[in-house]
Design a protein around this ligand. Structure first.
Ligand code: PLP
Length: 422
């Protein structure tokens, strides 16, 4: 029996589904998970000693690739000075400064320990600041597992939120207004109906959790405009896009400045992290300056800050444009190879992300993404994995490429794709 299988069998007895986050169980691609022992650059090594080219990157944090020497050194040095103080430290000030310098919409920032914490608090802050309760969330956007975000559209009630999971009371999502992504007219309609009750819009400024779906032209600008018109706040959830779409995230790339920004993933260099920030007058409402409460034992943890600072220092000098061009060329070729097998497939790519959608239609909306052929993705995933290419264990996730991916990695992945049979 393979070591991964053996560990999975043990894990299933010890943890729900054998995992600490559901997607890792690989259920939708009908595989057992691989247990990873080591990562170096773009390569993951499993407990069985097999190597894989990684297109997941820990779901986004590892833009520099695994175990970048600067990041590893920073973590080691910081850990040697203790893993936790629960008191202010230099690293918090340095990382805060770097984030503020990079992000046009961030005058002040608060560190937390996950993206989920960041979005939950940003919503609380928007509600507290505006004195309003309702907020707009786009179907197919993911903002972590905070209760108000776990709403799905009930059939026939496109804008009526019902809890997407047991354990979330209906009352918790009754103020969640669901709107299709990239549909500015639907947003305007919500504001026409509920304008003076809407605290904020929260949006992935490029969606990465329903496959990669960039904003259509004018969408983000439209959100900014409508928020200004009705006195609502615009929250960009940049947990994926921050420091990935450009060093200054989606807001720098698209030139639309949100009132609040949520971050995670890359700013912790792989360590558990989140952050929210925004305009000074809004952030001043957070305790202890203001009366909107949020706290955390590990918020601003020194080792996490050290990993984040080291990561951003490398990224300051990284050639984002060159990586984007390489990823665009790779995705184009990968698409051509799959399409040549007579399969319906389209793709989206932006910066260092891409998604192959097993459908004939260009995907700009969640409904189109959901209509993709999941069985075909599962087959693609399994055959690529068997040849040493590690893809997301769900078709509706963006593939991630790092600065550590070389032309050789791309060529090997393309060769694997050529061998796939549908
Ligand atoms: N927001 C977005 C856009 C995400 O992609 C994620 C996680 O993937 C989150 C929030 C939640 O972050 P975390 O998993 O760190 O809680």
């Amino acid at each position: 029996m393979e070591r991964s299988s053996e560990l999975y069998a043990r894990a299933k007895d010890l943890m729900p589904g054998g995992v600490n986050s559901p997607i890792r169980a690989c259920l939708s691609v009908e595989c057992e998970p691989l247990f990873i022992k080591k990562g170096e650059g773009a390569i993951l090594t499993t407990e069985d000693g097999k190597e894989y080219i990684d297109f997941v990157e820990g779901w986004g944090p590892m833009l520099l690739g695994h175990a970048h020497p600067d990041v590893t050194k920073a973590i080691q040095e910081s850990a040697a000075n203790s893993a936790c103080f629960g008191a202010p430290c230099l690293g918090e000030v340095e990382l805060a400064q770097m984030i503020i310098d990079a992000m046009p919409g961030v005058d002040m920032v608060r560190m937390v320990s996950s993206g989920t914490e960041a979005t939950m608090t940003a919503l609380r802050l928007a509600r507290g600041y505006t004195g309003r309760n309702k907020f707009i969330k786009f179907t197919g956007n993911y903002h972590g597992h905070g209760d108000p975000f776990l709403a799905a559209a009930g059939s026939g009630f496109a804008d009526l939120a019902i809890p997407g999971t047991p354990g979330v009371p209906a009352g918790t999502v009754q103020d969640t207004l669901l709107v299709p992504y990239n549909d500015i007219e639907a947003v305007r309609k919500q504001f026409e109906a509920n304008g003076d009750e809407i605290a904020c819009i929260i949006v992935e400024p490029t969606a990465g959790n329903m496959g990669l779906i960039p904003p259509v032209e004018g969408f983000l600008e439209g959100l900014r405009e409508v928020c200004d018109q009705y006195g609502a706040l615009l929250i960009f959830d940049e947990v994926i896009t921050g420091f990935r779409l450009s060093y200054g995230g989606a807001q720098a790339r698209f030139g639309v400045t949100p009132d609040l920004t949520t971050l995670g993933k890359i700013i912790g260099g792989g360590m558990p992290v989140g952050a929210y920030g925004g305009k000074r007058e809004i952030m001043d409402r957070v305790a202890p300056t203001g009366n909107i409460f949020q706290a955390g034992t590990n918020s601003g943890n020194p080792v996490v800050m050290a990993a984040g600072i080291a990561t951003l220092k490398v990224l300051q000098n990284a050639d984002y444009d060159a990586l984007e061009a390489r990823v665009a060329a790779f995705a184009k070729e990968l698409h051509a190879i799959i399409a040549s097998k007579g399969v319906d497939v389209t793709y989206n790519t932006l910066a260092s992300m891409f998604t192959m959608f097993f459908t004939s239609e260009k995907v700009t909306h969640f409904d189109q993404a959901k209509a993709c052929n999941a069985k075909m993705y599962a087959s693609f995933y399994q055959q690529m994995r068997a040849q040493g290419v590690y893809l997301a264990s769900l078709g509706l996730e963006a593939a991630m490429v790092s600065f550590a991916h070389t032309d050789e990695h791309f060529e090997k992945a393309l060769e694997a794709a050529r061998n796939v049979k549908f």
